[in-house]
Design a binder for this molecule. Sequence first.
Ligand SMILES: [Zn+2]
Length: 485
Amino acid sequence: MRLFTACLVHESSGFSPIPTSLQNFRDGLLHRPSRGELVPLRLTAIECGLTTKGTARGHDIVESVGAAATPSGPLNKADYELLRDEIVSDLKKAMPVDAIGLFLHGAQLAEGYDDCEGDLLASLRAVAGPDIPIGVEFDLHGNITPQMMANSTVIIGCKEYPHIDFSERADELLDILEAAAAKRIRPVSAWRKLPMLGIFHTTRQPLRGLVDRISALEKTPGVLTITIAHGFPWADTPHAGSAIIVTTDNDEALAARLCDEIARAFFAMRNEIAAPLTTLDEAFSLVSSGGNGLTVIADTADNAGGGAASDSTYFLHELVKRRIENAAIGMIWDPMAVKFAFDAGVGATLPLRIGGKISPLSGVPFDAEVTVTALNPALWQTAFGYRQPLGQAAAVRIGDLDIVLSSVREQTHGPEAFSEMGIDLAAKRLVVVKSAQHFYATFNPLAERIIYAVAPGATSVDFTTFDYQRLSRPIWPLDQGVTID
Ligand SMILES: [Zn+2]
């Protein structure tokens, strides 16, 4: 079949201190085939998965924009419209096509746009007409909207957090698009919003069980796909919140029944599955009571992967103040400190100001005499199973505390962020990572214990710390006595 593919991925936070322009996409991924601006090396293979998999299946692929940027604030209006209009223009030139396959986030905001994905899908549907199947792969942190549902044929969110299943979901989406384009199936969906905001780990029970259950339900005859969209809690729009989507082959009653059943089960477990609210003090007292193996503390509130700066210093100050032995922390985003370390050279000792620069949530800068232990012109880490480039990075040491400083703002996904800087985590007692959950996939095998901790930050799971203005209320956990019909 002739398949049109495009990717536009940005998770936008209403509380991020980082502004967003087209340059953020250039720094991440910006592949523009119709302009001849090609990314030669598909470093972010997830976003291009539909293109590469569709090509491998023998389809005639018309590839449009591939754009992805690290989470931050809403994209400026002109740059969003430029990217949207380029994808729409590419589709106009590509018509007629048999199907459209998109990789989008589901929680993208732009100046004047509360629902970028819904807006893009409506624009594409207007060009494609009512009959061409439009399939979308989403991050499970998408905030599902009526406009998204009305203008797509099927939406498939990843099932796992950490998101280890993007590749499987892309295959599933292609299977459905192939069958729908050939008119072997007629996808129909039931969906339901849930008044709940949160961060939910699929690695822990009881959510693990519910994810396994929906995977089993997908094998029921007539069921095509089921998504539990957790939602993105830092969006501050009326669309923020969780949702369930069930898509069947032309069986609206079955879709509605399963959607209702899963929605009730997910809502009922909300208090059990909410991410822990372990404070910084509690986290350190847990460390002191631990064994000899490696403890991982996740500094969840300063996660670049949710739009935070990744330069906060709360844990760094405490590691030094409490004289925690044999620890490491990373990655702290501080391009200026990285430059100073490169200028000073490996082995040099210098006074260095680290972090605390981007916003009040970053805390007080950390000043110390440090020794530069490693400089890496091209650090990388494993992210979602792929090799992710991180640019220049430096490691500095104070006593036996190792600190990794990055020039690219990115959450700590993989242990290479330390090992490629000469830091042996197997010999460490404690490592603090700036990530909410994606680190889990590769750090869990190394760790004796993982502690999810909450300091101040733009991705705090203590939602009472944010001045929400535009949410649909009431919503759990901000309001009391929230129920569903
Ligand atoms: Zn996500």
